[in-house]
Write a protein that binds this ligand. Structure first.
Ligand code: ADP
Ligand code: MG
Length: 722
């Protein structure tokens, strides 16, 4: 059927939705079962018209003015004879909810076999496009709110997982003596709607929402007995998006992450502007390539020869840092004359404020003419230890495995400096600001292709081309872990995001779906984000074996109890050890007060026995017998301070390394160093943290942090596992 014509007809009649009959024909066209039906104009014409139907049947009013037919008295089910249909329609015509409304006719259709009422639907996310929904409850869907979303197109696995996401999924399997219904029939319907060749992917943008409510699912099949295709208010079109570059992404951005020539626009010859600070910082950070200050008149800036424009530098420019008034930026980019590979525009006053939108467009066009790619505007800069480029003043110089993309500059600084304290080492951190040209997708492609990067972290408030983001992540298929800290996941957060960088923050449902479908991991706070990155940096993920069983070992009984609860809520189990493990631990004759069941709770005294080496025996017994997926050792540092001359903590770390080496790859090992906050304990903590990190043992502040990081690891490991 010609959907464009149906939409035009509906619009012509002033409707905001397709009529039910047309909707059902669209569903039938993609392989979804709908009841056999006829449309009649009124009671008097019914009897002959319905003769071909299998009774009993249903009669429904058709009217653009009636949203919920049954609420208006416009649905009569179980009509056994043509006469009953006639009477039902006569009664409907004078029902209070219908009388006086414009009625287009009556739909008479066969009854679907009894079953479970399910709702399926589509909703267009501003960033990700069509999202498919499935839920339980038919008319009670709003009350139960038991629904699951996925980004289209979905795979068969996605469809099956959507059902598993429903709290009431057991109803499908026949709870309380009810007959089970066909999950396969629901999955098939979802695929007919939202699969690769499904209806939703081919629907014109003018269709804003689809509601199949209910889909009646029985043991043998599913029938769509109601269909609503809601049109968008105006003739809206999908927004035009730039066509991404293709080819080796690692090569494409090489000159950005390891620039040999840097131009700096906005440095003053007489005072200290932001760009001067940048030059000083680059020198201190050890940048050894060429720096060309750009200045209209000065011969030198900060003792470096200056040039009047970026087109006049001795060599072409790999990276051009621009921090001047917004209005001057387009001209600078235009004058690049193909000699600048990447420009990073620090200046603000563009798309993030309403009257700067036009200027941002100008910037983009000027950059195109000038032949350079742009990062920003409205961002802080780039940190790339491999290229010895930095924007935070204090940043580690070593190159590490964590590649970060940040839509916010301030948060980017926090990620580098706080991450540094935790031992995180970066392959890069790029702030993308308003993403007028290059954005999160381009940088994500780079990091996924970059051999130096082992894990990607992103702070985003919105991505412009959500489809491409979804595709890139899906293609990655969780080969490299990607941790996403999404700003603006709630309604209020979204309002803040809109005023912050002008991004259209996406709907939270889409992001949850994204994580489920691509295996990326969502973090809620900066702390979680950093803890997860730390875990992925240091631990070796075991794909297909999702971390589940945890052994907890340390000092502090109450702490262990609280941790057991919290780990459990994160989906991780701290189950008591089996008899063999407990036997082995008992054989070590730990002193009274030591609990060996898991959590293993050892007072400081025990941990200090034999210069702390008892701990090694305990760990050895746990690894040999219990074989947990992860071991979390936690130490309350204050309890160790001022006790004897030996260094039990150092011994404990050594012990952990030895046991890890003896049982390679068997369990993730995490250390939690709990501080009282007093300066001496804090100082000791940093020392031990560095010591542990030097042997690749990640250190967390509290057990909760370790739990969140391990849960992220577990989700990543379990992604796509059968
Ligand atoms: P509305 O949602 O506009 O009130 P529906 O077409 O969904 O109207 O019908 C209301 C209810 O009637 C459905 O939720 C379903 O329980 C029942 N129903 C409607 N059509 C059929 C049918 N063909 N077979 C079985 N039950 C039906
Ligand atoms: Mg309905």
């Amino acid at each position: 059927m010609d959907i464009e014509a149906a939409i035009a007809r509906a619009r012509g009649e002033g409707r905001n939705a397709l009529d039910e009959e047309t909707g059902k024909r669209l569903l039938a066209g993609c392989g979804i079962a709908v009841p056999k039906s006829v449309v009649v104009s009124g009671a008097d014409k019914t009897e002959a018209a319905v003769a071909g139907l299998r009774f009993p049947v249903v009669a429904k009013v058709m009217s653009a003015e009636i949203l919920h037919k049954s609420d208006a008295g416009g649905v009569k089910v179980n009509l056994a004879t043509p006469a009953a249909v006639r009477d039902a329609i006569s009664a409907m015509a004078i029902a209070p909810g219908i009388k006086g409304r414009k009625v287009d006719g009556y739909l008479v259709e066969e009854m679907a076999p009894a079953g479970q009422e399910v709702v399926a639907g589509m909703f267009r996310d501003p960033q990700f496009g069509p999202l498919i929904m499935v839920g339980l409850g038919g008319i009670f869907v709003e009350v139960l709110a038991d629904v699951a979303f996925r980004i289209c197109p979905i795979t068969e696995r996605d469809a099956a997982e959507m059902l598993d996401d429903l709290r009431g999924v057991k109803l499908l399997d026949g709870a309380r003596g009810r007959a089970p219904v066909s999950r396969k029939a629901i999955i098939d319907t979802l695929l007919n709607l939202g699969g690769k060749d499904g209806l939703l992917m081919s629907l014109p943008h003018a269709v804003a929402e689809v509601d199949v409510n209910p889909l009646i699912v029985s043991r043998d099949g599913a029938v769509a007995v109601d269909a609503r295709f809601v049109l968008s208010p105006a003739d809206s079109e999908a927004p035009a998006l730039p066509v991404p570059e293709t080819g080796d992404a690692a090569k494409r951005f090489e000159r950005l992450f390891a620039p040999r020539t840097i131009a700096v626009v906005g440095a003053s010859a007489t005072s200290v502007a932001m760009a001067n600070t940048f030059i000083g910082r680059m020198k201190r950070f050890g940048y050894d390539g060429a720096i060309y200050p750009i200045h209209p008149t000065a011969a030198t800036v900060d003792d470096l020869p200056a040039y009047p424009s970026v087109a006049e530098t001795p060599e072409p420019v790999d990276y051009c840092y621009i921090a001047v008034g917004a209005a001057r930026v387009p001209e600078i980019l235009e004058n690049a004359k193909g000699r600048v590979a990447f420009a990073q525009v620090i200046s603000s006053g563009f798309g993030e404020i309403s009257h700067g939108v036009g200027l941002e467009q100008e910037l983009l066009e000027a950059a195109r003419r000038g032949g350079c790619r742009v990062l920003g505007p409205n961002c802080l800069g780039l940190y790339s230890p491999r290229g010895k480029v930095t924007f935070p003043e204090t940043a580690p110089t070593e190159v590490g495995p964590v590649g970060v993309i940040s839509q916010s500059g301030g948060l980017g600084t926090d990620i580098v400096t706080r991450g540094d304290r935790r031992g995180i080492r970066f392959s890069g951190l790029v702030t993308i600001g308003n993403s007028a040209d290059l954005g999160a997708n381009d940088m994500l492609e780079f990091y996924l292709a970059d051999p130096q990067t082992k894990v990607v972290g992103m702070y985003v408030e919105g991505v412009r081309d959500g489809r491409r983001f979804f595709d890139v992540l899906r293609r990655n298929n969780a080969q490299k872990p990607v941790v996403v800290l999404k700003g603006g996941r709630t309604q209020k957060g979204q309002a803040a995001a809109a005023s912050h960088t002008g991004a259209l923050a996406g709907d939270d449902r889409a992001w949850v779906a994204l994580a489920r479908q691509t295996g990326c991991v969502l973090a809620d706070t900066l702390d979680e984000f950093l803890d997860m990155l730390l875990a992925f940096q240091t631990l070796t993920a075991r794909k297909g074996r999702a971390t589940k069983q945890i052994a907890l070992f340390g000092n502090g009984g109450g702490t262990s109890v609280l941790a057991t609860d919290f780990f459990y809520r994160q989906g991780l189990d701290i189950d008591p050890f089996d008899a063999a493990t407990q036997g082995a631990l008992n054989a070590l004759k730990p002193p009274p007060g030591t609990s060996i069941a898991n959590p293993v709770d050892a007072p400081v005294g025990t941990l200090q026995q034999e210069e702390g080496r008892i701990a090694e025996k305990i760990l050895d017994a746990i690894y040999s017998h219990a074989k947990p997926d992860a071991v979390v050792m936690h130490l309350n540092l204050a309890a160790f301070v001022g006790r004897g001359t030996i260094d039990p903590l150092d011994n404990l770390i050594t012990a952990a390394v030895r046991v890890q080496e003896k049982f390679p790859g068997q369990a993730h090992f995490l250390l939690v160093l709990r501080s009282s906050g007093s300066p001496d304990v804090e100082a000791g903590k940093q020392r031990y943290r560095d010591r542990a990190m030097s042997v690749d043992i990640p250190v967390f502040d509290e057990l909760g942090n370790a739990a969140v990081a391990l849960a992220a690891m577990s989700r990543y490991e379990g992604f796509g596992a059968a």
